[in-house]
Design a protein around this ligand. Structure first.
Ligand SMILES: [Zn+2]
Length: 351
């Protein structure tokens, strides 16, 4: 064969290999456990007249991954504020950037106009990508690591709208007090290191380096003086004893990719988070495939990333062993995280 023919054959073979690889990847990304259809496994929405009857009580709303809104009729806090959820093809083949239409649609659907703060757990794109855009729209302060603030700077947020994590002093937003606790990412994180200069989107997913990881201990004191403590622990990793001495009746607990970890790791993680803060209810988060849009029902991560069936079995076992409840949250559903836990759910304020 001439060099020209060899070149054509090689190019064709490369194209066939690439197509086969893409097809294999597409199949792998589509294989996943079905979400359970037992309604008892899911959180209950508040009644439709809740806003009239309990206008200033603490309520929560979930939006996939570890994006959660906490509000009390006066103040809204968000964690992460990730709504764009770029597709797997976008992530693998190119660059990611905030999807402004998706952000607007989600905020509108959730009824979020203003917010006091967006608390960012770490600066991977599935947490931090949209946070500056959400701050821009809602007037919220961007709170996170220096890496996260560099995403804010790349977006054009002013320094007066950003606050670097203070691990010593809790922050106050209305009736909320927020303590950031240095935590650990789930094992073997991708894109390690720090974002050391302003990062402007669009950028490659790998440029959203992890930075520092935080766990959020949030205390809300209602107008009637009732105190509620919530732990939001986004990533399924832990620093031994980092939550020692804190209390929270409800833990929003990151569980991806807990299904791929060892039983020993799962038990250690449970002990260092749920048991450490003496939580009585666990609301698992970060179990969904964040390459699928929020406009569609959430689905579990594909098997190549996690196995949510294993996590569910683990949660069910801990429920029967420890009596700790769990309920899976659904997006855009307003919930009372403390419903049915009773008035004794006012743990001492540790924030
Ligand atoms: Zn991460």
């Amino acid at each position: 064969m001439s060099f020209k023919v060899v070149g054509i054959v090689t190019a064709a073979a490369t194209a066939v290999t690439a197509a086969a690889t893409a097809a294999t990847l597409k199949i792998a990304l589509s294989r996943r456990p079905a979400m359970p259809d037992n309604p008892e496994l899911y959180t209950n929405p508040v009644p439709s007249d809740d806003a009239d009857n309990n206008p200033h009580e603490l309520r929560a709303m979930f939006f996939g991954v570890s994006t959660i809104a906490l509000f009390d009729g006066e103040t809204t806090l968000l964690t992460d504020g990730f709504f764009s959820r770029p597709s797997a093809q976008q992530v693998l083949a190119g660059r990611v950037s905030p999807n402004h239409a998706a952000i607007d649609e989600a905020l509108q659907k959730a009824g979020i106009g203003e917010a006091a703060a967006v608390l960012v757990a770490h600066s991977h794109y599935d947490h931090a990508l949209d946070a500056p855009a959400v701050c821009w729209r809602t007037g919220a302060t961007l709170v996170g690591s220096e890496s996260t603030l560099n995403i804010g700077r790349g977006y054009g947020l002013g320094e007066d709208q950003m606050k670097v994590a203070d691990l010593e002093e809790p922050m106050t937003f209305g009736r909320f007090k927020v303590r950031l606790i240095l935590s650990e990412h789930s094992p073997h994180p991708k894109f390690q290191g720090f974002i050391e200069a302003p990062l402007r989107a669009p950028a490659r997913a790998k440029e959203y380096r992890v930075g520092e990881c935080y766990s959020f201990l949030i205390t809300h004191t209602s107008a009637t003086g009732r105190t509620r403590n919530v732990l939001i622990h986004a990533s399924a990793g832990f620093r031994p004893d980092c939550l020692k001495g804190y209390r929270a009746d409800v833990a929003f607990l990151g569980v991806g990719p807990l299904g791929k970890q060892s039983t020993e790791f799962r038990n250690d993680y449970w002990r260092e988070t749920v048991e450490m803060v003496k939580a009585r209810r666990v609301i698992p988060i970060h179990w969904d495939d964040f390459t699928l849009p929020l406009s569609e029902p959430l689905q579990a991560m594909p098997y190549i990333a996690d196995d949510f069936r294993v996590t569910l079995k683990f949660l069910q076992r801990r429920r029967s062993l420890d009596g700790i409840e769990f309920a899976i949250p659904e997006p855009f559903v307003k919930i009372d995280p403390f419903a049915t836990l009773g008035s004794t759910a006012s743990a001492p304020v540790s924030v």
